[in-house]
Design a protein around this ligand. Structure first.
Ligand code: XMP
Length: 325
């Protein structure tokens, strides 16, 4: 029978068997999946694990600080934070194609992990090899990347289809058979705090796949501001638990005419994409209260320069995916 206790015990045994006395690193993204995977592996192999958080510059406001503070406080893991903003933005320069962006981000993640690996071998592991990379890959990630049944191939999740072929690590993926709600239960069982376990999903490639068009620092800053406002208002309205997530998407190559203050503007639209879902395989658009939508729209157009229009995505999945890229 399926119980979280059984899953935890079974996975701990499997992880111990796979890793043995070797060392592992785990990429943390700030999301539920990698947090639960890390907590599980830490329970299995303790100090043989070092977590690595890659700040790729595609994070939302406050995210890096949250990982540095909350996750370490909750689990006591060894954490290294790598500032890789320039590296990722350089690699993404001039790229607009969604799959290309995903592959670049997946590749750069691995390259940064390899660099961290070398440093950990030298500084933490006393020269011992670090052969394993822990990832919080879930069942839907595998299916949608075409890595499961081989039938679906919708987009390359950064940690599945987005991985480079010459990867030097052996992967440890204890959540590969689970859905998000099960992962949350496992997280609870492991004693992780509510703020981590109940966090809404956020994709590993971050805001990089929420800018339709080329990713630049300037556009990221703009999207970060708009996203922070939307999240603030959704939380203030008490809607966090009602929706699965609400991507805010910047249509960076689109401009429309507006009138703001006493003049004409020619700015960008942002899209609100609130969705309800059980497992992200299918989703419906959330019927948010008009007052909340109005507040978000007014604040974004008032407070974020260069955004003069807020539009609502009313597409279910299918036919739309949750993220725009
Ligand atoms: P889509 O856009 O495929 O998204 O309907 C389904 C769910 O997965 C998240 N997502 C990702 N998560 N790496 C992740 O860790 C990725 O590359 C990735 N792409 C999409 C998305 O936010 C949604 O919850």
């Amino acid at each position: 029978t399926w119980t979280t206790t059984n899953v935890v015990e079974e996975q701990i045994a499997l992880i111990r068997e796979q890793v043995g006395t070797k060392r592992a690193i785990c990429g943390l993204s700030g999301g539920v999946d990698s947090a639960v995977a890390a907590a599980l592996v830490q329970k299995a192999i303790g100090s043989q694990l070092t977590c690595v958080y890659v700040d790729h510059g595609l994070m939302r406001k406050g995210e890096t600080e949250q990982v540095e503070k909350d996750f370490v406080a909750a689990t006591g893991v060894k954490l290294r934070v790598v500032d890789a903003e320039k590296r990722f933005l350089d690699a993404l320069a001039g790229v607009s194609d969604p799959e290309q962006k995903r592959k670049i981000i997946g590749r750069e993640f691995i390259r940064v992990f390899e660099q961290a690996q070398a440093e950990i071998i030298a500084e933490v592991a006393g020269g011992e090899d670090v052969a394993f990379l822990v990832q919080g890959t879930l069942y839907p990630d595998v299916v949608e990347s075409g890595g499961g049944t081989g039938t679906a191939n919708i987009k390359s999740h950064h940690n599945v289809g987005g991985l480079p072929e010459d990867i030097e690590f052996q992967l440890v993926e204890p959540l590969r058979q689970l859905f998000k709600d099960e992962v949350r239960m496992v997280g609870q069982e492991l004693g992780l705090p509510e703020e981590i376990v109940q966090r809404q999903p956020f994709p590993g490639p971050g805001l990089g796949i929420r800018i339709v068009g080329e990713v630049t620092k300037e556009r990221l800053d703009l999207l970060r501001d708009a996203d922070a406002i939307a999240r603030e208002e959704l939380t203030a309205a008490g809607l966090d638990r009602d929706i699965w997530q609400c991507p805010v998407v910047l249509l960076a190559d689109v401009r429309s005419v507006g009138v703001q203050g006493d003049g004409r503007t020619y700015g960008h639209p942002v899209v609100l994409r609130p969705v309800s879902s059980e497992d992200a395989m299918t989703a419906d658009w959330s019927r948010l209260p008009y007052e909340t939508l109005a507040k978000i729209s007014t604040r974004i157009t008032n407070e974020v320069a260069d955004v003069n229009r807020v539009v609502l995505d009313v597409t279910s999945k299918p036919p739309g995916t949750i993220e725009w890229e």
